[in-house]
Write a protein that binds this ligand. Sequence first.
Ligand SMILES: Nc1ncnc2c1ncn2[C@@H]1O[C@H](COP(=O)(O)OP(=O)(O)OP(=O)(O)O)[C@@H](O)[C@H]1O
Ligand SMILES: [Mg+2]
Length: 522
Amino acid sequence: MADLGGYARLRQLASEDPEEFRRLMAMAFEKNVVPHASQQVVLDSQARFKIMNCGRRWGKTVLAAKIIVSKSRKKNQMLWWVAPTYRIVKRGYAEVIRQLPAGVLAKPAPPDSNFDAGRAVILHFKNGTVMEFYSAERPEGMLGAAVDYCVMDEASRMKPATWQQTISPTLIDHEGGALMISTPKGRNWFYYEWLKGQDPQQPLYDSWTFTTQDNPTLPPGEADRMAASMPKMEADQEIFAKFIAAGSSVFILQDHALQDAAVHRSGLIEGQDVTNAHVMLGIDLARTSDYTVIMGERENGENVYYERMQAIAWEEQRRRIRRAVSVLHRAGAAAVTLVVDEGNAGSVIVEDLEDAGYDVVGINFTTHKANMVRLLANDLERGRAKVLNSPEYGLTEFENYEMGITPGGRYTYSAPEGQHDDVVSAKMLAHHGTVNEGVSGGVITVSVDEPVPSREDLPQSDDLDAWGDMEEYEDGAFDDLLDEDPDLDDPRKAAEAIGLVVVDLTRPPSAQELMLQDDLWH
Ligand SMILES: Nc1ncnc2c1ncn2[C@@H]1O[C@H](COP(=O)(O)OP(=O)(O)OP(=O)(O)O)[C@@H](O)[C@H]1O
Ligand SMILES: [Mg+2]
């Protein structure tokens, strides 16, 4: 095969060993990433510092790998690849290895288990170039080198010091360059670096913003599907790569998120028939603030119960919870579940309520808050949850609830300084319950074949109250419950009046069926 050009050699291979030819071609195509249009824009820039702000899945890691692999063609370079965590650096490492041409390494690439073992992961090239991979979780290991080029994958998730104190100084000796590539995390340090790239007075910097939709290699509609699956504020950041300002409102309250209804004195909400409903009572107990809020939500995200009280003594709060559960059962609810914060020593309260016989779901609010906020924000935007449309019932708390960002890029959610968020917290607990906790027992379906029992035969209303002591409430507290006197000649209404869940209704309940209704006999 003397003296043939590359092309002729390939032709010869294709005819003599088609199998091997196909294998080589496949390898070449797999390794050679053809940049998509917006990636090409970045490749064309000559800036020393490139700051790329992009939506998820835009192709950040693929492009960064392509750039660092092209830098490795030059000899005796010191190249760094830094990511915020080992998990993310591993992904970058895999992509770089995938794109490396065959035969360029002087030693085999170390296994990525080195990352887990805390060992250095370094590629040595035959041309003397060295490529080192780091997680910014451990900046200690990153000192002392004169670096020619550094990729920072998911830069916004690193601490500002990683850039300012660790990486930037290593670029001085060789006038090294850097590629910061990331989905934004609010307006943290990455945003300010990105701004430099927009400033004509800063010729060393160039910066861009691209959205997930700008990646034409994703399946059609995929980016839109991702955006539709998250709260708008999150999609703005994660998909449309917007730098969200701290203090932005979290909840977007369009008409379909608002429930126009007054709250009765009993706590029940006007226009809501809770017969057979499974109600989630989100309870934000007065501990750090002065108010306790009990917010009842039913399966469709509408509110069925609301109570806000100034009560610090646990005994008093407990009494109000008991009352709320009673009121809902009397109104016909098939099941009531309490959703309570079990963080901050709340597990004692959860146990206490469980011992008292309630169906309780304890949630560690501190750990789950971010997810609960996202769930509620998302469902409010889609009309799958509602808030009461009145400042009297906490509407302002929802309007003012805001997002903040820590210097490390973590979200925080809270009311503005000095304002309350107990209604928001109670609603989040209730809604989390509606979405994540099913009915636990309680619902019995019967077919009815006996005559309707007379009113005297039915348990008296106080017997329905499993939690006793209703007397302590002022007369008339439940007036609005008694407005409708059920027509006992109608089998459906009769059955419903005593709390039966009726599916097939051609007959009134039998004595046995009544006996089966546990809660009627306590
Ligand atoms: N130029 C390209 N040619 C072919 N496929 C590409 C190209 N750029 C990106 N992709 C594909 O798009 C997807 C996303 O790429 P990549 O993982 O680099 O994106 P990312 O922005 O780093 O994503 P993430 O936000 O998850 O970190 C991958 O499936 C990748 O293979
Ligand atoms: Mg990536």
